[in-house]
Design a binder for this molecule. Structure first.
Ligand SMILES: Nc1ncnc2c1ncn2[C@@H]1O[C@H](COP(=O)(O)OP(=O)(O)OP(=O)(O)O)[C@@H](O)[C@H]1O
Length: 295
């Protein structure tokens, strides 16, 4: 059984906003990255997974339970980090953690100490006095303290500094080794690259792709570096009907889809000194799906 199943999930806010006919699943023991530009529908999807909203059509299930009709059961056991962390401001971190531990019926609270040490968080301070980063650390402690088998994280490192981002990556890799299932939305390519097995990319509420990182790297798109004899030729090449990613002096970086022949036939008219196939960074692949690439 998959841990998370999303089938035809739709929430139409009108004017093209929302999520449309999303279908994907997350296997047990998998870390699944959920990516997309701002307003592409990541939080809307996660809110449906948490059972906060009833789907307009389609459904989502966690371990076979419908996320909306079984929301309270799911919420009690799941680990969840919301995108907007609105915690009780007058409570101390400690009081909030105790409140949550009681709600979840937790007996063993050893994990709280381990997590606060890991993220260097002082739980004694009132939440209203915590920095944004501290509130995010508190939310992380709350998401993992009951050792859940499934964790859903909405931009878990948005407010963390570099050191703490590393602490987060270490935590995810340890949880992954323990067989936990994690779905996390993120804008940080490096963290996704280090932790995720598969990713789904959302664009304007539609799933642009669901793919393993391995397969993403081997996309049909190849990138070539063409070095010309002079800069004028490089400038002229950029005006051809090709996808130029960038030009630096005599060197032009070009994306090619499927067939190299049309590029080769154009290049026969140019003084080419070298042609190299270069590996793409994962960031370049993502940006291609995000739609930030110019012709
Ligand atoms: N309650 C709502 N009513 C109307 N429109 C909404 C509502 N919630 C979200 N939207 C719209 O739905 C779209 C998707 O929003 P969502 O918050 O899911 O995006 P996101 O991918 O999480 O964005 P970000 O990366 O900026 O956090 C946006 O255009 C947003 O304005």
């Amino acid at each position: 059984m998959n841990s998370i199943d999303v089938t035809g999930l739709t929430c139409d806010y009108g004017h093209g906003h929302g999520i449309f006919d999303l279908t994907f699943s997350v296997n047990a023991g998998e870390v699944f990255g959920f990516l997309g530009p701002n307003a592409s529908g990541k939080t809307t999807t996660i809110r449906h997974l948490m059972g906060f909203a009833r789907p307009a059509s389609g459904s989502c299930q966690i371990e076979g339970r419908d996320c909306f009709t079984s929301a309270s059961v799911i919420q009690q056991t799941l680990g969840y980090l919301p995108g907007d962390i609105a915690l009780f401001p007058e409570m101390s971190g400690k009081a909030f953690v105790s409140f949550l531990a009681r709600y979840r019926g937790m007996k063993n609270r050893g994990r709280v100490k381990e997590l606060t040490d890991r993220f260097e968080l002082d739980l004694k301070q009132p939440i209203r006095r915590m920095s944004k980063g501290d509130r995010q650390k508190l939310a992380l402690v709350c998401a993992f303290m009951h050792d859940p088998s499934i964790v859903i994280l909405d931009e878990p490192t948005a407010s963390l500094d570099l050191l703490m981002q590393h602490a987060f990556i270490d935590l995810i890799l340890e949880e992954k080794k323990k067989g936990k299932t994690i779905l996390m939305s993120s804008h940080r390519f490096s963290e996704v690259e280090k932790t995720c097995d598969r990713i789904g990319i959302l664009k304007k509420g539609h799933l642009a792709t669901v793919s393993s990182l391995e397969d993403l790297r081997k996309t049909e798109r190849r990138v070539y570096l063409v070095t010309l004899d002079n800069e004028e030729a490089a400038q002229a090449l950029c005006r051809e009907n090709i996808t130029v990613l960038e030009r630096e002096g005599r060197i032009v970086k070009i994306a090619v889809y499927r067939d190299l022949r049309s590029l080769l036939s154009i290049l026969t008219n140019y003084p080419v000194s070298t042609l190299d196939n270069v590996g793409q960074t994962l960031e370049e692949v993502f940006l291609h799906y995000y739609g930030g690439e110019n012709k």
